[in-house]
Design a protein around this ligand. Structure first.
Ligand code: URA
Length: 223
């Protein structure tokens, strides 16, 4: 049996209901659950990796250096963070900012899928490898797929999935920043795209993704 459909108006109550989540080990070291922030009516949603030090303290995603860059990139396309919705694959900070572990992602992914279902964005921009692999259902690394949009069904609706380099990686690599800026400039065009009707919804709509491609798994961290 699938859960009740998630509506925009349910999002705040849903956030409150997961504030005490203890499904994985990250509950022990966190200050708080960092659920997500921004407009529940956003056409554009960003999905990063996991909260860092500042996000854990403030309870808001992307408030550190990577967040500042994200805000600058948004300003470049005429948007502010209040216009979009920002979330992460993991809602709690991994100790020492280590990579998310597969079991942590598995425990946490329902929250992200429910957020997407509630917000109904037109475009979901995935920042870095972890979000890209989770939402594409493919193991292709971000270096290969950044800037290549694909239509997928998420939360029972068609969305444009748009993989981007993670801003934290671009902070220290000028070439990557250039590419990220270039990829960002295509976002307005992607949001205004006409999308196909949703595909028939299976029992688990959150898993209805584009057909997986047979590729060896790659572990490339942010790259
Ligand atoms: N990096 C992320 O992936 N998410 C944040 O919230 C902050 C930094």
């Amino acid at each position: 049996m699938s859960a009740m459909p998630m509506e925009r108006d349910d999002l705040q109550a849903y956030a409150a209901s997961v504030a005490n989540c203890s499904k994985c080990r990250l509950a022990q070291g966190r200050t708080q659950v960092v659920f997500g922030s921004g407009s529940p009516h956003a056409e554009l949603m960003f999905v990063g990796e996991a909260p860092g030090f500042h996000e854990d303290k403030q309870g808001i995603p992307f408030v550190g250096q990577a967040g500042k860059l994200l805000e600058r990139l948004l300003a470049g396309i005429g948007l502010q963070r209040e216009d979009v919705y920002i979330a992460n694959v993991l809602k709690c900070r991994p100790p020492g900012n280590r990579d998310p572990q597969p079991d942590e992602i598995e425990q946490c992914e329902t929250y992200l899928f429910r957020q997407i279902e509630a917000i109904e964005p037109k475009c979901v921009a995935t920042l870095g490898n972890f979000a890209t692999k989770l939402l594409s259902g493919k193991q292709l690394g971000i270096t290969r797929v950044h800037g290549q949009e694909q239509e997928v069904t998420l939360g029972g609706r068609r969305v444009v999935l748009y993989p981007l380099y993670h801003p934290a990686a671009a902070l220290y690599t000028p070439k990557m920043l250039e590419v990220l800026e270039e990829d960002f400039r295509r976002i307005p065009g992607l949001i205004s795209r006409e999308l196909l009707a949703p595909e028939p919804v299976p029992d688990h709509p959150e898993l209805a993704l584009a057909a997986p491609v047979a590729e060896p798994a790659v572990q490339l961290g942010l790259f």
